[in-house]
Ligand binder design. Sequence first.
Ligand code: MSP
Length: 650
Amino acid sequence: MPASKFYITTPIYYVNDRPHIGHAYTTILADVLARYHRLLGAPTWFLTGADEHGQKVQQAAAKAGIAPREQADRTVVRFQELWKRLEITNDDFIRTTEPRHYEVVQEILQDLYDRGEIYRAEYDGWYDVSSETFVNERDLNLAPGESPSDRPNITRIRESNYFFRMSKYQDWLIRYIEEHPEFIQPDFRRNETLGFLRKPLNDLCVSRPKSRLAWGIELPFDRDFVCYVWFDALVNYISAVGYRRDEARFRRWWPVNYHLIGKDILTTHTVYWPTMLKAMGLPMPQCVFAHGWWLAGQTKMSKSLGNVVNPMEMIDRYGVDPFRYFLMAEMSLGQDAAFTEEAFIRRYNADLANDLGNLASRVLKMVRANCGGRLPEGPAAEPPEGPEGELWKNVRAAAEELERAVEGMRLDAGLARVAAAVRETNRYLELKQPWTLAKAEDPGPLRVTLYTAAEALRVVSALLYPVMPRKMIELRRALGLGSEPPRIEQAKQWGVLKAGTEIGAPEALFPRIVADTSAPEPAPAAPAPAPKPPPSAAPAAPPAEISYDDFMRVDLRTAKVLTAERVAGADKLLRLEIEVGAERRQIVAGIAKSYAPEELIGKTIIVVANLKPAKIRGLESRGMLLAVADGDRLRLLTADGGVPPGVRAK
Ligand code: MSP
């Protein structure tokens, strides 16, 4: 069922520096979600833009010896060019220096001021120059004897300013968040915001005196001040869809379905923004979804470490679509993920070159070689059974599961399911051996096999189109489907490909990358060896068979993580307290490199509950959690749906 409408936003990016992988990630994610919803038939609006005011941009301009506006004009095109290259289909791009935005900000400020929601007061306290925020001593966690001014970027200021009465909405906001679990996602981020709201909430300073920061939107009621950059920036989400300008348009799109953000800007989006909207009398966003960070291996990316991934370089080297695919398939939404070129190459070669590229090349070449370049006649009706029926069921299920995964913001899981359907189709070919069938007298079995594999490929091309639009259109053209975006309802229908259609012979879709030189190598010709699963999924030799009774000796149960913390002196270990049924236990797990403690709280995991207790670093561990290694990363096994703790797996 398509949603009645789908409005999605990315953060608007600071124009102090060129775009990096974090910006590219959020924007591609929004693009993929927007494209899926368009395919599903929902009217869709996808907004991105640039955050052009404030200290960061003023400082970058000063460093470059140019005016802030010049700085913004020069940098914004780098973002716009990147979005073009990445095939981003945003419907609008808002710049906060445009009159359609800043005039609306000024009207909102005036209105809130007139209604007493904004007031003037003397501020005497600490100020963090780098984040442009007022800070409490308490938040700085000072060592005994340390003064805030000992910290870099912290200075004492005393000045008159304007404040938004944010504090008066604190109780309302807590209740709202508690009553609307879908509002902040994932769940552990909601808990983080609620944790923040446990402390008293201050009013929000929404002005900066021009003497200190001139680059901003002037307060309409006091020309000596400009507006605080976050107050200005957040308004983009409504000014861009016609707030105070075009009521019908605004009502059509607002409230937004998803604000996609990075985890570092959670408070601004889940505390400042909802209280601002409340004061304006507007409905709340349906969901603020915070994704994790891309790390360079295990470490944070930062300019000073020189390990920031430049998306332009990656695209130049490997192409746009594989880059989009990697980012979407590799990051579990909400968690951090590691970006390494090795991981990129591994996944590319496994999913794209070996599995999908190889499948396409096998099917298309065999049709050209054995059927005069035209698609042969296949079964007229959906194959009910046998290898064809099994394959078709699998492919259809992949289409359904991807749809559910998109709705549940589990894109990586959805893509993994599609990759599994591709592997299944390769397995089908291994089973049917069309290269042998081609030598037989009766052309029937070969025709059925090639037609069925081509249908599977068609469905896959539709499912992956939002992630890899260009490559999938290339594939669809080769299948005689034209260049139009796929129609999603056809993804679950049998028999869309027409017998007799001329089949193209595209270049290798995904030439294999040879890891040591990074140079592309041609794809193997058909018939090709059986596709290999990615290395991490291949056990050396399968363990011996066991009976069900043997299996039932292992007490596998769901457990809820109540607390999690690092184990001092052990960089791989976390100490967890878990709830297993009515029981509370401690376990020690070697997952600290893959999960931050706060990500685990509230999660339902699977544990071996009857494993003999062990002492690890002096701590008793009663039970073992289950995880799989995906390259260097461990991923926890969890239970689908809201299963309570203590339920046995069988
Ligand atoms: N201008 C503000 C947003 C205002 S929205 C009303 C801002 N801009 S930003 O350019 O600094 O960052 C934009 C986004 O990039 C944030 O969501 C941030 O989380 C994300 N990322 C920055 N580095 C990142 C990674 N290494 N990985 C993933 N995303 C990260 O904040």
